[in-house]
Design a protein around this ligand. Structure first.
Ligand code: ADP
Length: 625
């Protein structure tokens, strides 16, 4: 059924017309056949009746005078009737007076026929007639005739031959007519179809369908044109809005950059001069004024920095570093930079970093510090008494990634349940009184949230009004892979390693090839997953380096196909994903489809070489096992 559905409209119409014509011809033939058979049966019945009557009438004297000789002679004239097999004149006492047999074999016709009336019986092989001979109101004898069906069979054979010829002619004529008439319907549909293909390949929405017919296809064509018109109009509007948005975004960025620069320059002078002034002899009142100026200018500077950061986040210009750093040192540095504040507010600080967390991880230390400063800064600001605690623990780990969870817990004023989601939005504070009492712009948490999410993490809050708040966030960091020492042995090994590099971007290919060639590896390239599969089946490779996002077949598709390889030739080949997207979801997906490792662009040459050496050595060893 699905196969019929998938046929083209042209084929469907032709098929339909031909099938309907065949069905019609068959129905007409059956009806004709049945009617014709009825007529034939009636004619035969009449013929047999007349024949019996003639035999009866002609033999009434012979029966009366028991003249069997003349009766037999008469009966032998039945030879001319080819279809009469047997004929008998039977006396009322059921004895046979005379009988005739076409083949000269005298035998009985044992049919239990009622002898009193005219009867014609149609049997499977022949027809039997039994007709009484009446003479002066008395039944003097019965004529019984066995009639064969040869005539009918010939008639039927001829009939079926004619039907077969009619059917063949019907198919041919119906096909030819359907082929020409289907065009009346399909040409417009094909025209629309062609137009649609053209539009989807050229993206040119200015073309229109030409069809003046008033039928459904005509209105489909009109609807299609109207739709195209709308799309074209919307496209133009979108283009215009996009251009305008780009222009205004550029203007906004320029404005923000200029304004913050303009604001920072005099502000740094104010901060600088305030420090200079602080070193001059001043009376107590002047010192207090100076302290206020310093507080205000520091605050202003932090607001400007927030705004600048926010504009960078908005325009997605932020880049995250992938550098080694020590989490414990980061937290120590955080406390050092804030311990005066802790002392001033008489708050306790404690931190607990789980022992199973490695000393060094790879990620952006500067951004982590920025997140800490925002969250611990808030905790300091909103905690009048008590303590602030920082906890770090591991929530996920695999060969390459360690996902760390950070908790910053304070015993401060807390946040109402209903406000807990809103405080992560930009320019939002718990209530209008917050700025008056604590200052701030309402941007800190919005920035923090984005910084965390852009690194593949999430942030949430647990808080109770009046009892304190805990901000919980996680960031997945890369783990350190002990780099392979590139000694002479390693260098020799490299020249034996065949790498298939898969990437659709020529610039990326050029860069990676140059890195790999420096390492003396043998490199071949493929421009997408399909191309890579072709190359893998044609020659032997030791490892595949592949980009994730490519047309036709992406990196995930390629890895899935390789790992499902039935021939086992490439099933176990190591695969390294090379990607610019470093979210934990993407990386997990790489491992889920069977990749062995990943590299984040831009990568360090040593990283690439050591991963390739490590993985190829590993599979070579397992091959030997
Ligand atoms: P800002 O601190 O500049 O106002 P944030 O985005 O950092 O902006 O914070 C938004 C709001 O969330 C704050 O104004 C405050 O109402 C609430 N908030 C943030 N951290 C805490 C905390 N630790 N305890 C209580 N309220 C907090």
């Amino acid at each position: 059924m699905q196969k019929i559905k998938d046929l083209s409209i042209r084929t469907k119409i032709i098929f339909l017309i031909v099938v309907i014509s065949i069905i019609n011809t068959i129905i007409a033939s059956v009806i004709y056949y049945r009617t014709d058979k009825k007529i034939y049966n009636r004619e035969i019945s009449e013929k047999l009746l007349i024949l019996s009557k003639v035999i009866g009438d002609s033999n009434s004297a012979t029966i009366l005078f028991n003249d069997k000789k003349s009766a037999k002679e008469y009966m032998s004239t039945l030879k001319v009737e080819k279809s009469v097999e047997k004929a008998s004149i039977i006396l009322p006492d059921s004895s046979i007076f005379v009988s005739y047999d076409k083949n000269g074999v005298a035998s009985e016709m044992n049919y239990p026929l009622p002898l009193k009336t005219d009867t014609v019986l149609f049997l499977a092989e022949n027809i039997i007639a039994n007709i009484p001979v009446i003479f002066k109101n008395d039944t003097t004898a019965y004529i019984r005739i066995k009639y064969n069906l040869d005539e009918l069979k010939v008639k039927q054979d001829n009939y079926f031959k004619v039907i077969a010829i009619i059917l063949v002619l019907t198919v041919i004529i119906a096909f030819i007519l359907a082929y020409f008439f289907q065009k009346i319907i399909t040409q417009h549909i094909f025209h629309l179809h062609k137009l649609m293909n053209k539009i989807s390949s050229t993206k040119d929405f200015s073309v229109r369908s030409v069809n003046n017919s008033k039928d459904e296809i005509g209105s489909l064509s009109t609807g299609f044109n109207e739709m195209l018109e709308q799309i074209e109009k919307q496209n133009n509007e979108l283009k215009r809005s996009k251009q305008m948005a780009e222009v205004s975004l550029k203007a906004k960025e320029r404005f923000l950059a200029n304004t913050t620069h303009e604001l920072r320059t005099p502000l740094s002078s104010i901060v600088g001069i305030t420090s200079l002034l602080d070193e001059t002899p001043l009376n107590d009142e002047q010192k207090q004024f100076l302290k206020n100026i310093k507080l205000s200018s520091d605050h202003l500077l932090s607001v400007i920095n927030d705004l600048l950061e926010f504009s960078k986040l908005g325009s997605k210009k932020l880049q995250f570093e992938k550098k080694k750093f020590n989490i414990r040192q980061s937290i120590e540095r955080l406390y050092n930079s804030m311990h005066y504040e802790f002392q001033r507010k008489n708050l306790d600080f404690s931190s607990d970093i789980n022992d199973n967390i490695p000393q060094i991880v790879i990620g952006d230390d500067y951004r982590l510090n920025q997140i800490f400063i925002n969250l611990v800064g808030n905790a300091l600001k909103f905690t009048p008494q008590g303590s602030i605690e920082v906890y770090v623990k591991k929530i996920f780990e695999n060969e390459l990634i360690i996902d760390l969870e950070f908790r910053i817990k304070d015993t401060g004023i807390g946040i109402e349940k209903e406000k807990q989601d809103a405080i992560f939005e930009s320019f939002t504070q718990e209530n209008n009184g917050t700025t008056r009492k604590y200052g701030g712009t309402g941007l800190g948490l919005a920035i923090t949230k984005q910084l965390i999410e852009l690194q593949g993490g999430k942030i949430r809050i647990e808080s109770e009004k009046g009892k304190g708040s805990t901000f919980i966030f996680n960031i997945p960091y890369s783990k350190i892979i002990v780099p392979q020492v590139i000694d002479n042995d390693a260098l020799n090994a490299m020249s034996d390693i065949n790498i298939l590099l898969v990437d659709d971007n020529p610039m990326n290919l050029m860069f990676t090839i140059s890195v790999l060639k420096k390492g003396k590896f043998k490199v071949e390239t493929a421009i997408n997953g399909l191309d890579a599969l072709k190359k893998l089946s044609n020659s032997d490779f030791d490892i595949v380096l592949c980009d994730l996002h490519m047309p036709e077949m992406d990196g995930y598709g390629l890895a899935t196909k390789i790992r499902a390889d039935g021939s086992n030739k490439i099933k176990n080949i190591p695969i390294i994903a090379v990607t610019a997207a470093a979210t934990i979801d993407e990386i997990n997906r790489c491992f889920n489809v069977g990749m062995n490792d990943y590299l984040i662009k831009p990568f360090e040459r040593e990283d690439l070489i050591s991963k390739v050496l490590y993985l190829t050595k590993k599979t070579k060893n397992t091959d030997n096992d």
